[in-house]
Write a protein that binds this ligand. Structure first.
Ligand code: FAD
Length: 445
């Protein structure tokens, strides 16, 4: 039986990054994957959605250029070509991971892993032995019971990116981050999109003012957003709500994700109280001493970079390196709409609940030279601090380049900097980032 220091199950951003880290520590590692290298993120998640959002952005930019005198015309959208481009992007990145595995002498085993015990794994009938086991088995789309849904054809994010023809009308059930990003990807291509959300509002995980800006933009894009609705029934081509009926050619259901717990069940691992995730300690160790779990399968933020960071930390800890646990408030959250939303840390009310003497201030993009010159004046930067030490408790950026800019303040926070360190920095002019320095300055004075 072939034997390893570490076997990782799942080659998503959690698993493959952990494998590279373990290999760098001199360990013999194998990664087992039953679908495609790169997991959800690379194949049906982060990367394909961002490729599609880029297509939408090209169209929006062209329309904007027209408005200001750069006259152009979109004659045709060859959707299958756009899908091909996405496939190429995904293929290139898959090759990148294969290369990384080769470079780091990581064995890549294709097939579905079954666990015989916490030290023996079987794939396609072959058995492998390991000292440590890391479960990075991720999650799959969660589809709630909706009357009639099982009688009609519908897409989830597992199948959406295979769609080869643009529908005329698309209904999206679920107004969370993924549903809203995909509405932004489809509407500029001429698809009539309706988003149906059962919760009181779309994007409930995001800042309230950010939500308002995104709702206004969706309206401008002629995306119909129905919030706090009851779905009575789904029929072929029709969504029957409590007070109206929505017709569609394609129905996309994006109502959350559920952790893949089959292997955890087979190993009898302890679960979280709600039984939805694997229970781990702060070093990602499960109730079995040599079994660790990271990423979407545990109860932390369901994000690719969280999975990767957890993977690195779990591996360092299991092989005896001192590792500070990852804090949720240090993990950035990004929504790749147009304008974008990026945030980290505490909200104003969370900071108040924690007993801070809260100091909050906001600056609008509409005052910034770079934003005005680039016609990108929608949005704001909000910093949540406290009066005593001027700690950086939380930040929300809504606007162009928000998902890049967030890292500047995050870096300051990570280095235990305060508003003073942000204020001390010299920002280039004209940049959007200047707003951070100016806001910090205003908050200190
Ligand atoms: P996964 O990526 O799900 O990988 C788990 C892997 O394990 C899968 O490939 C699976 O096949 C494999 N596996 C499971 N069981 C077995 C078994 N028994 N044997 C062998 N292999 C097995 N996150 C972001 O941070 N940014 C984004 O912009 C973003 N956009 C997203 C857009 C969409 C449309 C979706 C659906 C998700 C998005 N996410 C995004 C979330 C992100 O994709 C996940 O948080 C991330 O992929 C989780 O990584 P993971 O390694 O834990 O699991």
């Amino acid at each position: 039986m072939k034997s390893y220091d570490l076997i990782i199950i799942g080659a998503g951003p959690g698993g493959y990054v952990a494998a590279v880290e373990a290999s760098k520590l001199g360990k013999k590692v194998a990664v087992i994957e039953k679908k495609k290298i790169g997991g959800t993120c690379l194949n049906v998640g982060c990367i394909p959605s961002k490729a599609y959002l880029k297509h939408a952005e090209w169209l929006e930019t062209m329309a904007e250029a027209n408005q200001f005198g750069v006259i152009n015309e979109v004659k045709e959208i060859d959707y299958s070509k756009l899908v091909n481009r996405k496939d190429q992007v995904v293929g290139q990145l898959q090759q990148g991971i294969h290369y990384l595995f080769k470079e780091n002498k990581i064995d890549y085993i294709e097939g579905e892993a079954e666990v015989i015990s916490n030290r023996v794994v079987s794939v396609n009938g072959a058995k492998y032995e390991t000292n440590y086991l890391l479960l990075a088995t991720g999650s799959t789309p969660f589809v709630p019971p909706i009357n009639g849904l099982d009688q009609v054809s519908y897409l989830t994010t597992d199948t959406f990116f295979e769609m080869r023809e643009l529908p005329k009308k698309m209904a999206i059930i679920g107004g969370g981050v993924i549903g809203i990003e995909l509405a932004f990807a489809m509407a500029p291509l001429g698809v009539e999109v309706t988003v149906v959300e059962v919760a009181p509002e779309i994007l409930m995980t995001e800042d309230e003012e950010a939500r308002t800006i995104i709702r206004q933009k969706l309206k401008k894009m002629q995306v119909k957003v129905l919030e706090k609705v009851q779905i009575k029934e789904v029929k072929q081509g029709e969504l029957v709500l409590d007070n109206t009926t929505i017709s569609f050619d394609e129905l996309l259901v994006v109502t959350g994700r559920k952790a893949n717990l089959q292997l955890a069940d087979a190993l009898n691992l302890e679960k979280t109280e709600n039984k939805k995730f694997i229970q781990v300690d702060r070093h990602y160790e499960t109730s079995e001493k040599n079994v660790f779990a990271i990423g979407d399968v545990i109860d932390t933020l369901m994000l690719a970079h969280a999975a990767s960071k957890e993977g690195i930390k779990a591996v360092r800890y299991m092989f005896g390196k001192k590792e500070a646990p990852l804090k949720n408030e240090d993990i950035p959250k990004c929504v790749y709409t147009h304008p974008e939303i990026a945030s980290f840390g505490l909200t104003e009310s969370e900071a108040q609940e924690k007993g801070y003497d809260v100091l909050v201030s906001k600056t609008p993009y509409s005052n910034n030279g770079r934003a005005i010159s680039g016609n990108e004046t929608t949005g704001f930067i909000k910093i949540i601090s406290e009066k005593k030490y001027k700690e950086l408790l939380g930040v929300v950026i809504v606007g162009a380049n928000a998902t890049e800019m967030i890292h500047t303040i995050l870096a300051a926070k990570q280095a235990e900097g305060t508003l003073s360190e942000v204020e001390q920095m010299t920002f280039a002019h004209p940049t959007l980032s200047e707003m951070m320095g100016e806001l910090a300055n205003e908050m200190l004075n």
